[in-house]
Design a protein around this ligand. Sequence first.
Ligand code: 5GP
Ligand code: ZN
Length: 113
Amino acid sequence: MENCIFCKIAAGEIPSDKVYEDEDMLVFRDIRPQAKVHCLCVPKTHFATLAEMDGAQAEVLKKCLMKIPDIAGRLGLDGGYRLIVNQGKDAGQTVFHLHIHILGGQDLGEKLL
Ligand code: 5GP
Ligand code: ZN
């Protein structure tokens, strides 16, 4: 997908602080962290929101969800963490390539949810 920043990061065209990578997904640190630990889990194939997701992409998303506990362990998020998947403008989605925010490393409070 042209002009998609996360496609460019997934392709290695834009550098990122990578935490994990395999053939289907990439996890890297958010450039503007909202918590002590703030990473983004990004499927490598482009789709903007869950509404656009096809079956193969759903399998990758499942793989992401099954891998996240392991990644959270590597990040030292033993006390827990929060996942956020913004969908559309009312949710504040700014990058229209589906991604899962992984937030933790501190008490996140109850403000967001
Ligand atoms: P959204 O608001 O779409 O749910 O989240 C997009 C996230 O991507 C934001 O938290 C923003 O800080 C992050 N982001 C945007 N551009 C870049 C970038 O070039 N590199 C990294 N590492 N994060 C980015
Ligand atoms: Zn993309």
